[in-house]
Write a protein that binds this ligand. Structure first.
Ligand SMILES: CC(C)(COP(=O)(O)OP(=O)(O)OC[C@H]1O[C@@H](n2cnc3c(N)ncnc32)[C@H](O)[C@@H]1O)[C@@H](O)C(=O)NCCC(=O)NCCS
Ligand SMILES: Nc1ncnc2c1ncn2[C@@H]1O[C@H](COP(=O)(O)OP(=O)(O)OP(=O)(O)O)[C@@H](O)[C@H]1O
Length: 199
């Protein structure tokens, strides 16, 4: 039986940091952010639908999606974000389920689904045995997001505001990973969870 765990948190709270450790430990990761890129690659119906909805201004010269420009639009306007996710969510959902079925067929003992909007999309909770939520304080989250993505405070806050508050996600967690401190403390919490889950 394959055990399936969700891995989520807020933007820049440390999901990728945690999932990189799990991957290094040989655990298969289904990464929703990676899938979100694949389903809008050149030649896909996802990209065609985005162009039909938002216009060809959102394509770069090489015909790939101008992610920065689309991000500036949708992260500042919930209605525009909803128009985008109406296109992307079903495509991402199909690919997550396809990858999960493949790992189950291989009898992988443990699979992790890493998704920033794990709870927001609604369908993922029914696929997993438990959910890990990586959290930090809001000032730390904003500071890390600004530094990593070279964003202004307003742009960082707009992205944070497009997701559920961290407290709401923490309330739904089976296990909380507190990533407010030193990275080694976070690592210890992940190792503890992994040891318990592998048993
Ligand atoms: C708007 C887009 C083009 C911006 O691309 P960009 O390369 O700048 O950012 P990237 O995709 O790496 O996302 C960065 C972070 O933004 C946050 N984010 C992305 N999509 C969403 C969303 N729909 N709602 C809230 N936050 C989101 C996540 O925390 C994510 O880790 C892109 O985020 C996108 O296509 N989003 C819609 C797809 C989606 O819902 N992805 C989440 C999968 S669960
Ligand atoms: N404990 C920590 N101490 C200092 N910096 C950290 C810590 N944890 C993560 N970071 C840094 O904070 C930034 C955000 O972390 P990470 O990219 O893992 O977040 P994420 O949750 O995957 O974000 P996203 O939702 O955008 O995918 C990165 O630059 C990372 O190196």
């Amino acid at each position: 039986m394959t055990k399936v765990w969700g891995l989520t948190g807020g933007i820049a709270t440390g999901k990728s940091t945690v999932s990189a450790w799990l991957k290094a430990d040989g655990i298969p990761i289904i990464d929703a952010d990676v899938i979100a890129r694949i389903v809008v690659a050149p030649g896909t119906s996802g990209l065609r639908q985005i162009v039909a909805t938002f216009g060809s201004d959102y394509l770069q010269a090489d015909q790939t999606l101008n992610r920065h420009k689309l991000g500036q639009l949708v992260f500042h306007d919930p209605a525009e974000l909803a128009r985008l996710t109406t296109i992307t969510t079903p495509l991402i959902q199909r690919e997550i389920k396809r990858q999960l079925a493949a790992y189950r067929a291989q009898r992988a003992p443990l699979v992790v689904i890493d998704a920033p909007t794990f709870f927001e999309v609604g369908y993922l909770q029914s696929l997993v045995d438990g959910v890990l939520v990586v959290t930090t304080t809001l000032p730390r989250q904003r500071e890390r997001l600004m530094a990593r993505d070279h964003l202004s405070i307003a742009d960082a806050q707009a992205r944070i505001d497009r997701q559920w508050p961290l407290a709401r996600k923490v309330a739904l967690a089976d296990v909380v990973i507190d990533n407010d401190g030193d990275i080694t403390q976070t690592r210890q919490q992940v190792v503890k969870w992994l040891d318990a889950t592998k048993k």
